[in-house]
Structure formats: C-alpha cells, structure tokens
Ligand binder design. Structure first.
Ligand SMILES: Cc1ncc(COP(=O)(O)O)c(C=O)c1O
Length: 386
C-alpha cells in the first residue's frame, strides 16, 4: 500500500516543498505522525496553532455552528459575526472602531493596500526591506524577497522599499506627500525574526499622520498574544490606521481581518468584498479562540515563557550560534551556517521548527506549550549544535 506522502505528492501542485513526515493528529503543543511518533510542534501551522491543536472549546464551537448555519453573505447580518466584531474592537489597540473580515493574511494585506489607495486617492506604497506580507499579487508587491517576486513581475507599480528600523529613509520617501500607505511588521517574521525599534515604529506612525499616508501594521504573525501582548503594537503604544491579522485568530480555521481606526470612518459600500469572509463558521471558531486566549491569559504566558525560552537558548554555548532574538514566543536563532540541517536534526529528535530565511531557526510554538516542553526543545537543540 502506498504511504501518505507518496499519495499526496503524486497529485499535489508541487509548490509545497515537503518534509517526509505525515502529521495526522495533534493535542496542545504536540503532534503525531502516521507511525505514532510524537513531536513538540514549534511550527504550529506557521504560527497558527496559538490556542493549541485540537482545542476542545474551538472544536465544540465549530461543530455546533456547523449544525446551525455555515454560510451567511456579508450583505446580511449574523449573530455570531456581530458578536465577533464587537469582541475584536473590544480587545484591539486604542482607536480601532471597525473590522473587515476575510480569509487569510494575504487577503487582509490586499484589503489594507486597497483601502490606502481608496481613501487617500494616492498610488505610492512604502514597505520595508526584509518584510513579508503574503503571496497574492498585491501582498507580494510589498514583500521584499526577490525570489518570491521576480518570476511574477510586473507587480503592483509604485512600491518603494526602505531599510527597516531606519527613520531617515522613511522621512525621505514620505517627504513628497504622495504616499498612500506605509506597511510594516512590528517584528519581521519571515525576514529573520527582527524586532522593530520602538522609536522607529512610533516615528513611522507620526510621519504617516503628518504626510497623510495611512500607517498599516501587519500583525498577521505577531497578533493574538504571540509576542507577549495581545497585539505587538501595544509594546510601543502604536495606533495604526489599519491593522492586518490572520493566522491564529480562529484557532486554525482560515480567517483574516483588517482592523480599521475610527478616524477613517465607515468604508464606502461595494468597493471591496469577499464571498467567504466572515462566515459564521469562522466567526464561531474565532470567538471561541479569542475567549480562550483572553481567559487563559495567553499573552502573559507568552511573555513569561518566551523570556525563559530565550534565556535558555542564550545559555547554549555553541560556536554555531550568532544571535538569539525574539519577543514573547516568537523566537529566532541566527546561525553561522544554513538552518536546514539543524531543522532536520531537531525533527529526528522529536521537535518541529521552521526557518526564517536561510540561516535562522524559528520557533512559533502554540502559546499553551509548557515550560517542560520548552526545556525538551532546548535539550534537543543542544544535541544538534556543535
Ligand atoms: C507578517 C505576515 N503577513 C502576511 C502573511 C501572509 O499570510 P497568509 O499566508 O495567511 O496569506 C504572513 C504569513 O506568514 C505573515 O507572516
């Protein structure tokens, strides 16, 4: 009989570079493969599994909603959607008044870029070098890595990249007063787990306000407790005009959101939309996930366990490590060589981690992970390091 990987790879597009592991079950911060082998999951579906795998409260909410109403277009109102929108605005950073619901991080970014052009009547967009915002044409246009962009050019025109954490470069590009929006991550994830400096991000916001550009913050990876605060914006008291979210918002069910500052008002009807955006199923899952995150104080847990994890990783005395950095449970270890062999070594020892660029090993565990499990991750890492 054919194995799962063999069967899947026979028909899969090929875009996904596969690891030879078939994951079939999960619970909390652990997953199991088809042979019953257990792993501590520090990939968490690329940072999605914030509330843990098979979270019973999310599972129950999904099952109950599936029996009640799966589909309700945005042109009608719905009880769970109304509830979720209220909850999102309640937990959002100061100034947020509305939300647009969609289905993924890239879609949230697309919507934010369109809103920036729509409301300012300007075309220019500014993004950061090493930034990552998604793979659809608009989101890709503001994504830095050349290998991702080059085969698909021409992309959206009038995108300008500036070095991250560099106020002068931003001042210069905004001085013309013709920029529709500036999009930044608070911690660059895919770019190598690079935390933004507080003064830089605050100055970026200030410059946007002064020059009439919208300040767009992409918290697709950092949102919902990952960095030790509900939103990474809160570390620096930021009040973005548009805040993009996705990943863990609905406990694993696809959902994206753009949170909208009150000063932008209500969006003009029919200028943007999505068939599946805000489906009652995703809304029910999101409500259950957010209630779990709030009640279990997962942001605080991420802050405490993240500090512990980073300290333990910094204690690994290996010539292969260049730097350990991160915020909360978004952690990167920059190595002097390629990350790939270390990721394989970790997997052989029952730990799943991912890369962030060629030389960074990235850990994005579920926020329900225990200290003991993090100790096991550090022990496994120490075994694969020289
Ligand atoms: C910061 C950031 N923005 C956008 C995206 C794109 O999200 P999605 O893969 O859901 O389209 C990602 C995905 O990793 C991300 O990390």
């Amino acid at each position: 009989m054919k194995g799962i990987c063999e069967k899947e790879m026979a028909y899969e597009s090929g875009f996904n570079q596969k690891r030879p592991i078939s994951l079939v079950r999960g619970k909390g911060a652990r997953v199991w493969d088809a042979q019953g082998r257990e792993y501590i999951d520090c990939i968490g579906g690329h940072g999605v599994a914030i509330v843990g795998h098979a979270n019973p409260e999310v599972a129950e909410a999904i099952a109950a909603q599936a029996r009640k109403l799966l589909v309700c277009p945005g042109s009608f109102c719905n009880d769970v959607r109304a509830e979720l929108l209220g909850e999102l605005v309640r937990i959002a950073p100061a100034g947020i008044a509305r939300a647009f619901l969609c289905n993924s991080g890239a879609e949230a970014v697309e919507a934010a870029l369109k809103i920036a052009r729509l409301l300012t009547g300007r075309k220019r967009l500014v993004a950061a070098m090493r930034g990552f915002h998604g793979r659809t044409m608009g989101a890709l246009s503001v994504t830095w890595r050349k290998e991702y962009r080059a085969p698909f050019e021409p992309l959206v025109p009038e995108v300008h990249f500036v070095p991250y954490n560099d106020v002068t470069a931003l001042e210069e590009v905004l001085s013309g007063g013709d920029v529709a929006g500036v999009i930044l991550e608070v911690v660059q994830g895919e770019g190598g787990v690079i935390p933004g400096k507080g003064e830089y991000l605050k100055e970026a916001q200030e410059l946007c306000r002064k020059t009439g550009a919208l300040f767009i913050v992409d918290e697709v990876q950092t949102g919902f407790g990952r960095t030790g605060r509900m939103f990474a914006c809160e570390h620096h008291d930021l009040e973005p005009d548009l805040l993009c979210l996705a990943k863990g918002i609905a406990g694993g069910v696809p959902m994206g959101v753009v949170l909208i500052h009150e000063r932008l008002g209500r969006m003009p009807p029919r200028r943007h939309g999505s068939t599946f955006g805000g489906s009652p199923l995703a809304c029910a899952a999101a409500l259950a996930a957010i209630r779990f995150i709030v009640r279990e104080r997962l942001p605080q847990r991420a802050a405490e366990l993240g500090a512990y994890f980073i300290e333990r990783l910094r204690g690994l005395d290996s010539p292969a490590i260049r730097e350990v950095r991160g915020l909360g449970l978004m952690v990167g270890v920059e190595l002097k060589g390629k990350a790939g062999p270390y990721l394989s070594g970790l997997a052989e020892r029952g730990v799943l981690a991912l890369s962030a660029g060629a030389t960074v090993v990235r850990f994005l565990p579920p926020l329900v992970i225990s200290q003991k499990e993090l100790d096991r991750v550090v022990d496994a890492f120490s075994e694969v390091l020289p």
